[in-house]
Design a protein around this ligand. Sequence first.
Ligand code: HEC
Ligand code: HEC
Ligand code: HEC
Ligand code: HEC
Length: 133
Amino acid sequence: MRFSIGCAAALALCATFSGWAGIARADNDKGPEQVVIQAALDAEKVAKPAYLPHQAHQWLECDGCHHGKGPGGKMADYVPGQKIEKCETCHNSKAGMPQMIATLKRASHLLCMECHLKQDKELARCGVCHTKK
Ligand code: HEC
Ligand code: HEC
Ligand code: HEC
Ligand code: HEC
């Protein structure tokens, strides 16, 4: 919704965006089967890559995790086929995000951990995501 408002305000940009996204990815591209998430900009001394079985999470809609940045730095809803950037592109300490999502670690813990905790406490153990797979 918020994204469409942005489009109306910037039609030219929007047309460019859609055309380019259509070339970049087919709508049925579900992304990689597995993903390793690793901070590059705000990495802590002891790196802790996190493992995400990506396709096994797709009972959740893409927009359950993916989104963009709209006018005024607000969250823009996911649009099928959009270019998917690394979370850290926006969630890094230089990007001026609210504290609780100002780094990759914080944004990830908020998204991943909240849901895992709700499902089953066992799923929130550090080793569930921070494992070498
Ligand atoms: C549900 C998944 C999940 C769980 C459970 C989880 N994390 Fe994470 N964590 C992540 C993700 C995703 C990142 C982002 C990857 C990164 O920052 O490199 C991250 C990042 C981190 C980082 C920064 C790593 C770096 O390289 O800069 C630390 C430190 C960390 N987590 C510690 C913990 C600890 C301690 C626990 C247990 C209390 C825990 N995490 C549980 C998903 C999880
Ligand atoms: C549980 C959350 C979650 C869901 C649901 C999800 N993704 Fe992802 N996806 C991620 C994360 C996290 C990454 C890795 C981002 C990073 O490295 O910063 C990723 C990466 C990707 C990438 C790779 C981007 C690259 O750098 O190459 C694509 C493409 C992608 N997802 C598409 C999708 C599509 C399409 C859907 C819906 C069918 C979807 N994802 C559903 C969390 C999710
Ligand atoms: C193109 C930029 C961009 C990318 C890429 C991005 N985000 Fe965000 N994200 C935002 C913006 C903008 C907000 C809203 C910030 C605000 O409310 O001030 C946000 C908000 C969030 C929130 C808070 C949600 C809420 O309901 O308050 C979480 C959690 C989050 N992002 C996690 C992620 C994760 C995980 C990824 C990678 C899968 C990701 N983001 C990729 C820009 C981005
Ligand atoms: C909306 C809920 C939700 C979100 C968001 C979510 N998960 Fe999960 N995740 C689950 C559920 C439920 C399971 C257990 C069922 C399954 O294995 O599919 C799971 C399983 C996993 C597993 C496998 C555990 C095992 O022992 O096989 C890993 C690893 C994982 N998630 C990492 C992540 C990471 C990293 C993120 C954030 C990028 C994330 N999850 C976001 C709900 C979620």
